[in-house]
Ligand binder design. Structure first.
Ligand SMILES: Nc1nc2c(c(=O)[nH]1)N[C@@H](CN(C=O)c1ccc(C(=O)N[C@@H](CCC(=O)O)C(=O)O)cc1)CN2
Length: 286
């Protein structure tokens, strides 16, 4: 018997991100032509973590594609909290820099919360500043975390109904889980947030109409843990022997899902495209 082809169930993050980037590029061209403003992003990378270096490189390449000026602020692992905050303050007052991004995670001796707090909320391209997180909680979504916003954009593009659905999030990080919950609640989903201390994870995941998984635990979610027809977003990323894996056992889970993101090529590229959108928004003063 011929193997079934599940390609139509795959959410293609690469082509969705291209669509977003094309729109950003048009906006950037307009801003340059009408106001003489070139949007600028400064990325701050502390230390030499290879994955973080790669993500920053990907962000710079995206800036090149859409016409955003990108500046690399690589700082040695040994810097102090004061030096980091000083650099952020210098970028806050620069007229040519509209977005500031502090690549996470930071080395252990540095505190990401007070560093985030130092970023001008109007330049907070990642949407992690407590002011922007607070606005998100009250339903005012401006600069919000890029990965969950990418998930919402994909749900919209694929015409997935959110209102009244049971959305289950696995992982309660500040980068994905918590803001994802807020965005889904803002759209009237019934939301369950599971994490490492959740008893009987499967009980929740089996009931999910929309499942978002971001834990970094390779292939945590197996086919017997998901409902037939669920829409599944895999936000996890782990590396083993040079290969990249998600949190979802894609090859088996795809047989039950109605839509599912692969890793790579799913939510990752969308995260970067939304970041581009945010720099344009900040430069346009939206
Ligand atoms: N300041 C931030 N730090 C971190 C964020 C963030 O949004 N802001 N998220 C993650 C990492 N991340 C962005 O920084 C990120 C991760 C993965 C991808 C991506 O496109 N991945 C590719 C695969 C790449 C590979 O081969 O490994 C994909 O999924 O197709 C983009 C951004 C933590 N830190």
């Amino acid at each position: 018997m011929a193997e079934e082809n599940y390609d139509s169930r795959k959410i293609d993050g690469r082509s969705l991100s291209k669509k977003v980037e094309d729109q950003v590029k048009q906006g950037v061209d307009r801003l340059k032509a009408e106001k003489g403003i070139t949007p600028g992003l400064a990325t701050i990378l502390v230390g030499e973590d290879p994955a973080s270096k790669m993500y920053v490189r990907l962000k710079h390449k995206a800036c090149d594609r859409v016409g955003i000026h990108a500046e690399d602020h690589n700082m040695p692992e040994s810097i102090t909290q004061e030096e980091l905050i000083l650099r952020i303050q210098e970028l806050n007052v620069r007229k040519d820099i509209h977005g500031i991004l502090l690549q996470l995670p930071l080395p252990q001796h540095l505190d990401d919360k007070s560093a985030m707090l130092a970023i001008d909320p109007a330049k907070d391209a990642d949407g992690f500043h407590p002011y922007n997180m607070g606005k998100l909680l009250i339903g005012d979504e401006g600069l919000v975390p890029c990965t969950p916003k990418g998930v919402i954009r994909a749900l919209e593009e694929y015409d997935v109904e959110i209102q009244g659905k049971h959305a289950v999030i696995v992982g309660h990080s500040n980068v994905v889980g918590k803001p994802m919950a807020a965005m889904l609640i803002n759209r009237n989903a019934t939301v369950s947030v599971c994490h490492v201390f959740t008893d009987d994870l499967k009980k929740f995941t089996l009931d999910a109409d929309i499942l978002v998984v971001g834990t970094g635990v390779m292939h945590l979610i197996k086919a017997d843990m998901v409902k037939e027809g669920a829409v599944i977003f895999d936000v996890g990323i782990s590396e083993k022997e040079g290969k990249v894996y998600g949190d979802v056992d894609f090859d088996n889970v795809v047989k039950k899902a109605s839509l599912i993101t692969p890793v790579p090529g799913g939510v990752g590229p969308m995260t970067i495209a939304i970041l581009m959108e945010h720099v344009l928004m900040a430069a346009s003063n939206i």
